[in-house]
Design a protein around this ligand. Structure first.
Ligand code: IPE
Ligand code: IPE
Ligand code: MG
Length: 255
């Protein structure tokens, strides 16, 4: 890579944070696209279009920082309430992303994963999704997880049904149902715990994202919208994560 500009120096700012002390899995609620566009007098969809540049920057930076997994909230199960024209554009953008970013995904060794429902997505999007999934399946780099038509409640409902049907069929003992039974049936079963949750756009809420998975995630929220979210913001979030004391309900190590 010919990255010798200021960005290379910015990554060096984390040189003192060993890879093991960085979050292994970062989940991001990419919010504020529409407001960013509207503030500039542009249609909301321009915000989504610009947001793709931030996605590219995040996947590049995550690769450089050796972050194991990044989960990006692209479409919630509630976003179908939006006007059809905006939804059509989002589907078009997604399809375009899956085609145009294939080369970058392969160059960076990213492994694509999609979480959420498939049954409400257009056929064209599913086809490109499956192509990129298949092509990147053996890559060993950062796992790039796109949450599309994803809802935490929807996911937990699905897992509950799966468990109930296994118990009914006699393949699972009711007494054997524990947290691991649930973990292993979530879309995120093979991913590390979400260490850090980032939200752009300033809203102090979770909006149905990874409800089970973020129990002990550190939360970092910025007022900046997604299109204006920079590499420096991402590094700042990781640095702040490093300075937080995580207790997981216990006490600090020396107390
Ligand atoms: C997030 O940006 C992207 C999606 C939900 C698809 P928004 O479209 O929610 O932008 P704001 O929050 O209205 O500004
Ligand atoms: C969350 O943003 C969903 C995504 C970023 C895909 P929303 O814009 O849908 O969240 P609310 O409606 O403000 O809670
Ligand atoms: Mg929003």
């Amino acid at each position: 890579m010919t990255d010798q500009g200021p960005d290379a120096c910015e990554t060096d700012q984390l040189a003192d944070v060993p890879v093991d002390d960085r979050p292994r899995h970062i989940a991001i609620i990419m919010d504020g696209n529409g407001r960013w566009a509207q503030n500039k007098g542009l249609p909301r969809i321009e915000g989504h279009r610009h947001g793709v540049n931030t996605v590219r920057m995040i996947s590049e930076t995550a690769t450089e920082l050796k972050i194991a997994a990044i989960t990006l909230y692209c479409l919630s199960s509630e976003n179908w309430k939006r006007p059809q024209a905006e939804l059509d554009f989002l589907m078009h953008l997604l399809e375009q992303y899956l085609i145009e970013e294939r080369r970058t995904i392969m160059d960076q060794g990213l492994r694509l994963k999609i979480i959420g429902r498939r049954d409400r997505l257009p056929e064209d999007v599913l086809t490109e999704m499956d192509r990129t999934l298949q092509m990147s399946a053996n890559n060993a780099g950062t796992e790039l997880v796109l949450a599309i038509d994803y809802g935490g409640r929807d996911e937990i409902t699905k897992v509950t049904r799966d468990i109930a049907s296994e118990v009914a069929a006699g393949t699972l003992e009711l007494d054997a149902v524990d947290e691991n039974t649930i973990n292993s049936r979530l879309y995120t079963a093979d991913l590390p715990e979400v260490d850090l949750l980032i939200r752009s756009g300033g809203d102090m809420r979770v909006s149905n994202f990874l409800l089970w998975q973020i129990s002990y995630s550190e939360i970092w929220i910025t007022e900046k919208s997604w299109p204006e979210f920079t590499r420096q913001d991402f590094l700042n979030a990781i640095r702040e994560f490093h300075s937080r004391q995580r207790r997981f309900g216990g006490l600090n190590v020396n107390e």
